[in-house]
Design a protein around this ligand. Structure first.
Ligand code: HXC
Length: 258
């Protein structure tokens, strides 16, 4: 499938998706977001894909939703078309793990897209921000809701109210990113992490993603119960027998996703 705003490569069981609107700092218009949702949907269906990486260019992961696309829209327009809702849902419904590899700017919708991934690996040149306040609006795809869960109220308020950017080091300290690597090695490191996940059993991987994401949305007692029941359920899989037997036999497990 040929895309206009993204480049998709599948290798070693990993689907690498590069956002590719270089003239607009990878600003997220609907075409790009729809292509991204489609590519991820195809990755979900493709048995060869076991993990995905979304990245941008060295200069910009994505500098936000496309301001030129939004500037003339009215409330009735965005409310009626439910701007960005189907596009966000297309990403959220992916059950395979998604890593965001962020180099350069991840602003507004770009930061929000990165937060929709399961975790973020940042280049040491990454800059995160929610500058929508400068445009007379506010975050609309998780930059207040999801960001608050990830970095806490103080930093979320600071970032969304002042519109300031956080560098990679601060983002790691705040818990927004899982690790910081040299910008030149970013994609390589993210692909290595994805390949590491691709070696695991797909059922445990999917269950872990589901449990961690649900934990964000449920009260602790419910989240613990959900986790425990999924943990119990994995004892119905051959991969559990294989993983535990391989440990005892001191050999590498051969997971078969069943
Ligand atoms: C449309 C954008 C854009 C954006 C950059 N460009 N960001 N176009 N939407 N979000 C375009 C510029 O207009 C310019 O096009 C080209 O990309 C290069 O950008 P420059 O500004 O010339 O580059 P630079 O001086 O290096 O500054 C980089 C930057 C700045 C700091 C990232 O571009 C910037 O502040 N961008 C806007 C960031 C922002 O406000 N994001 C939030 C968007 S609202 P031309 O044609 O002039 O060369 C949002 C809402 C989310 O995300 C809520 C729901 C999803």
């Amino acid at each position: 499938m040929a895309y206009k705003n993204i480049i998709v490569d599948i290798e070693d069981n990993v689907c690498l998706i590069r956002l590719d609107r270089p003239d607009a700092m990878n600003a997220l218009n609907l075409d790009l977001l729809r292509e991204l949702g489609k590519a991820l949907g195809e990755a979900q269906q493709n048995d060869k894909v076991r993990a995905c990486v979304i990245t941008g260019s060295e200069k910009a992961f994505a500098a936000g939703a496309d301001i030129k696309m939004m500037s003339e829209k009215s409330f009735v327009d965005v409310f009626t078309e439910d701007l960005f809702t189907p596009e966000e849902q297309a990403i959220r419904r992916i059950r395979k793990p998604i890593i965001a590899a962020v180099s350069g700017y991840a602003l507004g919708g770009g930061c929000e897209l990165a937060m929709m991934a399961d975790f973020i690996i940042a280049g040491d040149n990454a800059k995160f921000g929610q500058p929508e306040v400068n445009l007379g609006v506010m975050p609309g795809m998780g930059g207040s809701a999801r960001l608050t869960k990830l970095v806490g109220r103080a930093k979320a308020m600071d970032m969304a109210l002042t519109g300031r950017m956080m560098d990679a080091e601060e983002a790691e300290r705040a818990g927004l990113v899982s690790r910081v690597v040299p910008a030149k090695k970013l994609v390589e490191e993210a692909l290595a992490a994805a390949r590491k996940i691709a070696e695991k059993g797909a059922i445990s991987v999917m269950a872990i993603k589901e449990a961690v994401n649900r934990a964000d949305e449920m009260p602790l007692a419910e989240a613990l119960l959900f986790e425990r029941r999924l943990f119990h359920a994995l004892f119905a899989t051959e991969d559990q027998k294989e993983g535990m037997t391989a440990f005892i036999d001191k050999r590498e497990p051969q997971f078969r996703d069943r």
